[in-house]
Ligand binder design. Sequence first.
Ligand SMILES: C[S@@+](CC[C@H](N)C(=O)[O-])C[C@H]1O[C@@H](n2cnc3c(N)ncnc32)[C@H](O)[C@@H]1O
Length: 331
Amino acid sequence: MFETKILKSGPQSFSLEEQLADTVNAGLSLENKRLPSWLIFDSVGSEIFKKITELAGYLPAACEFEIIRHHKNNIAKLITGNTFNLIELGSGDGCKTRILIEHLLSKKFSFQYFPIDISNGAVTNLVRSLEDSHPDTSLKVTGLTGDYFEGLKTIIQDGPTQNLVLFLGVTLNNMDPDTARSFLKNLCNALGPKDYLLTGFDLMKNPKLLYSAYNDSEGLFEKFNLHLLDRINQELGADFNKEHFVQQGQFNPNTRAVESYLYSTRDQTVHIKALNKNFHFKAWEAMQTEQSFKYTLEEIENLAVENGFEVVEHLFDSRKYFVDSIWKVAH
Ligand SMILES: C[S@@+](CC[C@H](N)C(=O)[O-])C[C@H]1O[C@@H](n2cnc3c(N)ncnc32)[C@H](O)[C@@H]1O
């Protein structure tokens, strides 16, 4: 069984269109302009991000592929019953999860896979490609387009079915520390005592490596961040000219985050029809479009405990650049 459902709203309780307009208005009205990276993830943004995850120099993806390949048995051992739900928050193209799915199928586990993502293109493509590659298996897939918690609400009910929740990649790294804490608290409240969360963290490492991971020679990161302007043009009727912006990522030792900026190469005014407003950019003014906080192991363990979890196991890649940390709700 393969299906995709569109849930009605965006990351909060009002419609995605309203939230887009509201977020863009708030971010461009700040003294230091700043927009969140979830805005980049429409179908095209997800496609560009998929190409980024295939770059050898983009360490978070390269390391997490290695972790899933190497530790798929440890992950399978978390399953206690005959059937379970494999839930993935912010699945994107689900390419790392596919390694786990193949393993679970080869071990004859019976499960339903629920990828949840706000990018409808990402969910639709993932469900379609799983259907194409598994025409004869018992694999059940229900893709959900919408916000993490709206998706979870439709899946998790009190009952005997165990849930294994995956939150892969740097999605938690992308949240500022307060948002990460409230996200984890909500997640903890949604899970039951037999459920597990497997969540990825890109670890603090040599800033030179962090810099090169986010400034690729093919210019994919620049294309990805500039896509934000295309999306605002398409969805809100703005007149951004991508040629008049450049992108750069840099490590900020004060926030311990890699921060990506779009720089306006000239003095310019942009009109956004849906907001009926002009926004002015001074020459070389910077607008932040992404952030990726880098964690130490101690910070990760504190984050688990502070938000109601206990750490079950850390799964590392061979260079210890990244960790997939397995948590369960603390008693
Ligand atoms: C950094 S990408 C990671 C994708 C994938 N997990 C991976 O490891 O390659 C973050 C993903 O989360 C999705 N996303 C962001 N905010 C979301 C939200 N509030 N609800 C559901 N999905 C969201 C984005 O569309 C994107 O596909």
